[in-house]
Design a protein around this ligand. Sequence first.
Ligand code: GAL
Length: 364
Amino acid sequence: MNARNSFRPGEIWPDNHGVHINAHGGGILFHDGIYFWFGEHKIEGKAGNFAHVGVHVYSSRDLYNWRDEGIALTVSDDPKSEIVRGCILERPKVIFNPRSNKFVMWFHLEPKDAGYNGSFSGVAMAGNITGPFQFVRAFRPNAGVWPINVPPEAKYPLSVEELARLEKLDLAGGPRPWYPKQLLFRRDFTGGQMARDMTLFVDDDGRAYQIYASEGNGTLHISLLSDDFLSPAGRFIRVLPGRFNEAPAMLKWRGKYFLFTSDCTGWAPNPARLLAADSVFGEWEELGNPCLGAGEEISNTFNSQPTFILPVQGKRDAFIFMADRWNPQNAIDGRYVWLPIEFQHGTPVIQWRAEWNLSYFDHK
Ligand code: GAL
């Protein structure tokens, strides 16, 4: 097969066997000169919206040509396992821990046949980058910990009356005209915070963070990980309560942090958002829609939803916006939308390109 030498967002992307890459909601880890792309392995049809196989991993040196490295984390056949076949296992991300010399994977996990109400974070670990990863545990992060950025008077668990009032509300799905901004994190103080769409981010100082959609998707949390990256360290903030950001993807550029997110409309695309801060723990400011273009391009993020921002090695100011064009009717046919990030007036933006390559980053 001829080697590829460009990106073609939204098209079939064959691996070294000529099979469309199967790594949805993914992220990339660069290790020892090689890129490793981890993502959800999906199967055909609507069944593919559930985890029947696990987390797939591919490797590449040039980012265009990907070699199938197999399944990094396999779902279990044991009905008692938390990652039993048929559960929901989404948006896996892998980082390397230099202290333990282990690769650590975090993902969004929903128990089988229980919708999206579990809102767990799953953790798995491996000595080898391509796996096999061993499942460690699933839990709701930050149980018993108050967010850093709430006033002392908000730091008390919900009263019985407040809880009763909250239970009457329908908080499923996306934004509602009224959102109980000050209640959900207090409700979940004891049992742990809800964690759905998520990403991981490792800062220059080696600290790692989990960024997850919490509080019924209404509020993002940014949570420092422990030194071994296996648990939350017990320090987290709430970001833009009630703004309903999901699909977070983070980049750091010239000392500033940028977070790409989407609105909450399930598998259907919506306008992306860009948030910025001078430090990971905020203050976070919303800058607006990072997509440049017209009509649908900006109203549906080029028909995609963010999943990861990839820093390109060996090039200055070079980042790739990675997004998914989901196909919930035939999940395996989901496409990948990779676009170069451009900086205009100190702000990252993206524009549609039907075909492009890494030389884009040399001509700025
Ligand atoms: C999206 C989310 C996906 C998946 C989907 C399920 O909003 O980003 O990762 O959870 O909802 O409907």
